[in-house]
Every structure is written in C-alpha cells, then in structure tokens.
Ligand binder design. Structure first.
Ligand SMILES: Cc1cc2nc3c(=O)[nH]c(=O)nc-3n(C[C@H](O)[C@H](O)[C@H](O)COP(=O)(O)OP(=O)(O)OC[C@H]3O[C@@H](n4cnc5c(N)ncnc54)[C@H](O)[C@@H]3O)c2cc1C
Length: 226
C-alpha cells in the first residue's frame, strides 16, 4: 500500500547525517523496527539507482503526526534531491514493512547493536519505551567513527540517565569479531538485535556465534546498499 505525503523538514542530527521528517499519512501503519520505501516524484540530480530507497523508520508508532528517516549524505542523486526538496513537496511512502520486531515488553535482557545509522530502528524503540517502565535490562552498543558522527547521541544519553535499566556503550574503533565475543561472554542470556551496514552486521554475528550465542538469539537487519 502506498501513501502520498509531504516533506515537513530535515535537520542535521550528526556530522553529514540527516533526519528527514514527513507528515504521517492517515492509515499508515507500522511497528517498531519496520522500514518504509521513500519514492520521490522526480530527481533534481540524476541517480543510476532511481528515485526510491528503503529506510528504517526512526519515529515511534505512538507519534501519529510524523514519520522520520535518517541517513548519511553520501552524495547520491536520490539523497541530494530529498535534502533539496522544499518543505511541502510530495513524496510517496510505502506501508511499514519487515519483521525486525523489537519487543515492547521484553521477557529477557536485550542487547541492541547499532552500526552508524543502524541506530534508526533503535531510536524508534527508545522513543516508544520512553513512556513505559523497563522490565529487563537493555544495553545499546553504538558504533561510529567519532562521537560527532553518532546520530541522536544527546537524546540517547539523556534516556540512559533517566532509565537505570538502560546502558549505553559507545564504540569508536573498528569492530572485530573478538570485540563482540567479549560482550557475548558478559551478556550471555540476552537476545541480540544487530543493525547496520552488511559488513558490520556480518562481523558482529560472526563474533557472537563464535562465543556460543545461539543463532535464534540473534536478530539482524543489514542496510544493503551501503
Ligand atoms: C531494510 C533496509 C533498511 C534500511 N534502512 C536504512 C536507514 O535507516 N538509513 C540508511 O541510510 N540506509 C538504510 N538502508 C540502505 C538504503 O536503502 C540505501 O541503500 C543506502 O542509504 C545507500 O543509499 P545511497 O543513495 O546513499 O547510495 P547508493 O546510490 O545506493 O550508492 C551506494 C554508495 O555509492 C556512493 N555514491 C553513490 N552516488 C554517489 C555520488 N553521486 N557521489 C559520490 N558517491 C556516490 C555512496 O558511497 C553510496 O553509499 C536500508 C536498507 C534496507 C534493505
């Protein structure tokens, strides 16, 4: 199902990283962790991959007025066009899709592993559970090149200060399987949610499985295209 809607705004949320906000269309349904396909009416800058891309939704389903997506500005014709589109421009969003289901009331400890803009489904999650109490500990392992490139860093830090059950661990070095094996040994009873570029997801899963984490306890989503 497709919905025509309008761009409301865009803002810089980290170095070279933008959140673009659209008006949430009536009838647009999604759950935390799902993605949407954003299609532009035309391209101002040519793009060999065309005028649409998939993005995880960064807003909470509880936000009935806005849908936001977040990405690095790679210079692709699609992203340059989306950023240059004036407020009020029409775009098409596809109904929320995907099975990356984050439990709103977890029954086991969770570890969320985000590589760069892989934070998108987790910020949607944080924005959703912010109005509940956390029944289980949640650890966010958030990897970026530098603090300046960590999108939503202030928002997440404030959330971690407010909720003692939530722990933020920032990683500013090249991730290796050994690094994740070390975390797996500390957090062995957890369910793992891993999101980011394909290489980062593969490295993480390899490290976790090598440390004995059962594949059923690892839920992953690769941002193919990076
Ligand atoms: C389920 C799912 C969810 C996803 N969620 C997200 C998300 O939340 N956020 C997100 O950012 N991505 C997400 N992606 C990936 C997204 O769909 C794009 O593939 C990705 O953002 C790269 O798009 P692009 O337009 O930058 O690059 P593409 O045009 O696809 O090109 C790939 C690379 O080529 C280079 N490149 C392309 N054009 C130029 C140019 N003109 N000048 C210089 N370099 C260039 C860039 O380095 C770019 O990264 C998701 C993918 C999937 C499958």
């Amino acid at each position: 199902m497709y919905f025509e809607t309008q761009k409301i705004s865009h803002q810089l949320v980290a170095k070279n990283t933008y959140e673009v906000v659209f008006k949430r269309p009536k009838g647009f349904v999604f759950t935390v962790g799902q993605y949407t396909q954003v299609a532009l009416q035309h391209l101002i800058h040519p793009d060999p991959k065309g005028r649409s891309r998939q993005f995880s939704i960064a807003t909470s389903p509880l936000n009935l007025t806005q849908i936001a997506v977040v990405f690095r500005d790679t210079g692709s014709g699609f992203k340059r066009t989306l950023l240059e589109l004036p407020v009020g421009s029409l775009v098409t969003l596809e109904q929320g899709a995907g099975s990356f289901g984050l439990p709103i009331v977890p029954t086991k400890p969770l570890v969320l592993v985000a590589g760069g803009v892989g934070i998108a489904p987790f910020i949607s999650y944080i924005r959703t559970i912010a109005v509940t109490t956390l029944p289980q500990p949640i650890t966010l392992l958030y990897g970026n090149q530098h603090p300046e490139s960590a999108a939503y860093r202030n928002e997440i830090t404030l959330f971690a200060k407010k909720f003692q059950q939530f722990r933020l661990e920032e990683i500013y070095k090249q991730p290796t399987p050994a690094l994740f094996a070390k975390y797996a040994n500390k957090l062995h009873s957890a369910t793992w949610f891993v999101v980011g570029p394909p290489g980062m997801v593969a490295t993480t899963v390899y490290g976790l499985e090598a440390a004995g984490v059962h594949p059923n306890s690892i839920i992953k989503e690769s941002f193919d295209g990076y």
